[in-house]
Ligand binder design. Structure first.
Ligand code: C2E
Ligand code: CA
Ligand code: CA
Ligand code: CA
Length: 279
């Protein structure tokens, strides 16, 4: 083991690290600019009613565009937004745009509900419920037209404060969905202490349910527990006819996935699902 090898290894990692840091700084600049210019976009993915395939709600998914107009997905900048605190401003803009979308639907005489993702860090802001109320009021929509999707880990972070905030939101009339269910460490009985309306079964269980008996059994158990707690069940990541059929047979209420529809730009979604008289 020579000294020079150690040195090479060091400079190899150092270059890698330098590259990663450069990428991170660049991404942070892009994100700051996008927030400042209000140029983040919302894509919407429809939620299908298993009974009759009606679409009365959608999930709001944020997108950023690079200088060439290429889409940058949220996995590339949401963690950064949480670390830098930019998530508060980002989350506010996403909620505003989502509320404006509902307002446009209402103008056409249509009820429509949009589910907005909320990061753990946003729930650590004691003024969060008040901010949500203000944005909803400004848009002039019913609070019941907005659903907030929170994850198990966000709930487990600061039990008391999170429960207080969610209770405030629930009394506004906003509904609360538990996202990515099954990927955290909580039990459903524990979750009963939060005002939850909806449970979203994580894609990782759905993807294997037609191939592995165990995955199918887990989904079955989740559905039965959720039904007994009178929660609405949304299955996400439905990619095949066979996923769709299995989840429908189990009694899930709503389904989302590429099999039915990919997330699409807000304007396109509006034309396809809301204002289908317009060409
Ligand atoms: P999520 O909340 O679990 O959202 C579902 C993700 O699965 C979305 O990815 C969606 O495009 C993707 N998806 C939908 N159907 C299918 C399918 O059939 N197969 C597969 N393989 N994927 C499917 P996306 O848009 O890249 O978002 C990734 C994550 O970023 C979201 O996961 C959410 O945690 C986060 N995110 C997105 N928008 C926001 C936002 O506005 N605020 C916050 N805080 N987080 C967001
Ligand atoms: Ca979600
Ligand atoms: Ca999810
Ligand atoms: Ca997920």
């Amino acid at each position: 083991r020579s000294k020079s090898k150690g040195k090479d290894t060091f400079s190899f990692f150092s270059k890698d690290l330098q590259h990663a840091m450069h990428h991170r700084v660049e991404m942070e600049v892009k994100l700051r600019n996008a927030i400042e210019n209000d140029s983040l976009a919302i894509y919407l993915q429809p939620k299908y009613n298993f009974d009759d395939s009606a679409v009365l709600s959608a999930e709001s998914l944020v997108r950023m565009f690079d200088e060439n107009g290429k889409v940058i997905g949220p996995d590339e900048f949401i963690p950064l937004a949480e670390e830098t605190g930019l998530i508060h401003q980002l989350g506010k803009q996403v909620l505003q745009k989502s509320c404006e979308f509902v307002a446009r639907c209402n103008e056409l005489g249509q009820d429509f509900k949009v589910a907005v993702n909320v990061a753990a860090k946003q729930l650590s802001n004691p003024g969060f419920a008040k901010e949500v109320a203000e944005i909803i009021n400004e848009a002039g929509i019913a609070a019941s037209s907005i659903e907030l999707e929170v994850t198990e880990s966000a709930l487990m972070h600061d039990f008391e404060q999170t429960r207080d905030i969610l209770n405030d939101l629930a009394s506004l009339g906003v509904t609360i969905a538990l996202d990515d269910f099954g990927t955290g460490y909580s039990s459903l009985s524990y979750l009963r202490q939060f005002p939850l309306n909806v449970l979203k079964i994580d894609r990782s269980f759905v993807i294997d349910m037609d191939k592995e008996q165990q995955a199918h059994d887990i989904v079955t158990a989740i559905v039965h527990l959720a039904l007994s707690l009178e929660l609405t069940i949304v299955a996400e990541g439905i990619e095949t006819q066979s996923h769709f059929a299995a989840l429908k047979a189990l009694g899930c209420h709503l389904g989302q996935g590429y099999f039915m529809c990919r997330p699409m730009a807000m304007a396109d979604f509006f034309t396809k699902f809301i204002d289908d008289c317009q060409v």
